[in-house]
Ligand binder design. Structure first.
Ligand SMILES: C[S@@+](CC[C@H](N)C(=O)[O-])C[C@H]1O[C@@H](n2cnc3c(N)ncnc32)[C@H](O)[C@@H]1O
Length: 206
C-alpha cells in the first residue's frame, strides 16, 4: 500500500473512532510493560514506541519516571489524541509523525517497541525498509520488543490484511544481528469482548 493511502487510512481511523472503539485498545499495556521491565530498563533507558498511535504505554512509562520516550506514528491525529490525554506531561515526550518505512532516525534508542504496527507491512520491500530503520535506530546491545498477531490470530486488523508471526518467523524476517531472548503468546481482549492471539517477541540487537 502506498504511504499516502496508509496515512489516509490511519488518519480516518483516529479521527472517526474513540480510544476504546478500536480492537487494539488496552486500558493497561501490561504485556509490554512486563517485557520492558524484564530486560532491565531504567528511567534513563531511551525507548521509542513505533506505531504507538494513541496507546497508553507512554502514560505508563512517564508514570514510571522514564525520561527519554519517543512515540512515532503515521497518524498525527493519533498522537494528538495521546497528547490531549497527557496534558502538560506531553511536553516530556518526543513525538514524530512519520511512516516508519521512510523515516530517517537521527538518534539511538535502547528499546524499539512496536505493538501491532509491523504486522501491517505485507510487502517485502516495506519490511526491509522497516528493518533497516530498526538497525539504524537501535544501540548495539539494545532490544526490539515487537508484538504481532500470532499464527492463530486474526488475518486482518482495522480492515487491512496483516502478516502473522511466531518468534521464529519474525526473527528470520529481521535477519542477522537480532537474537531472540524472550517470547510470549498473549490473548488480547478487544473492547467488545472477543479475543485476539498476539505474539510478543524480544530480540537483543548487536
Ligand atoms: C493497530 S494500531 C496499534 C497502535 C498502538 N501500537 C497500540 O498498541 O495501541 C497500529 C498503529 O500503527 C500505525 N502505523 C501503521 N503503519 C505505520 C507505518 N508504516 N509507520 C508508522 N506508523 C504506522 C497506525 O497509525 C496505528 O497507530
Amino acid at each position: 500500500m502506498p504511504s499516502e493511502s496508509r496515512q489516509a487510512h490511519w488518519q480516518r481511523v483516529y479521527t472517526t473512532k474513540g480510544e476504546n472503539e478500536v480492537s487494539w485498545f488496552q486500558d493497561n499495556p501490561a504485556p509490554s510493560l512486563e517485557l520492558i521491565a524484564a530486560i532491565g530498563a531504567t528511567p534513563a533507558t531511551a525507548i521509542i514506541d513505533v506505531g504507538g498511535g494513541a496507546s497508553r504505554l507512554v502514560d505508563s512509562l512517564l508514570a514510571k519516571g522514564f525520561r527519554a520516550v519517543t512515540v512515532l506514528d503515521l497518524s498525527g491525529a493519533a498522537l494528538e489524541a495521546a497528547k490531549g490525554r497527557l496534558g502538560a506531561r506531553a511536553d516530556k515526550v518526543s513525538w514524530a509523525v512519520a511512516d516508519v518505512t521512510l523515516w530517517e532516525p537521527t538518534e539511538l534508542y535502547d528499546i524499539w517497541h512496536d505493538r501491532a504496527a509491523f504486522h501491517f507491512l505485507t510487502e517485502p520491500s516495506d519490511r526491509a525498509a522497516y528493518v533497516a530503520r530498526m538497525r539504524k535506530a537501535l544501540r548495539v546491545g539494545g532490544h526490539a520488543i515487537v508484538a504481532t498477531f500470532a499464527p492463530d490470530g486474526p488475518d486482518r486488523c482495522s480492515g487491512l490484511p496483516i502478516m502473522r508471526y511466531d518468534a521464529e518467523s519474525l526473527g528470520k524476517t529481521f535477519g542477522q544481528g537480532f537474537e531472540l531472548v524472550e517470547t510470549r503468546r498473549r490473548a488480547h481482549a478487544t473492547p467488545w469482548g472477543s479475543t485476539q492471539s498476539f505474539q510478543f517477541s524480544v530480540f537483543r540487537f548487536g
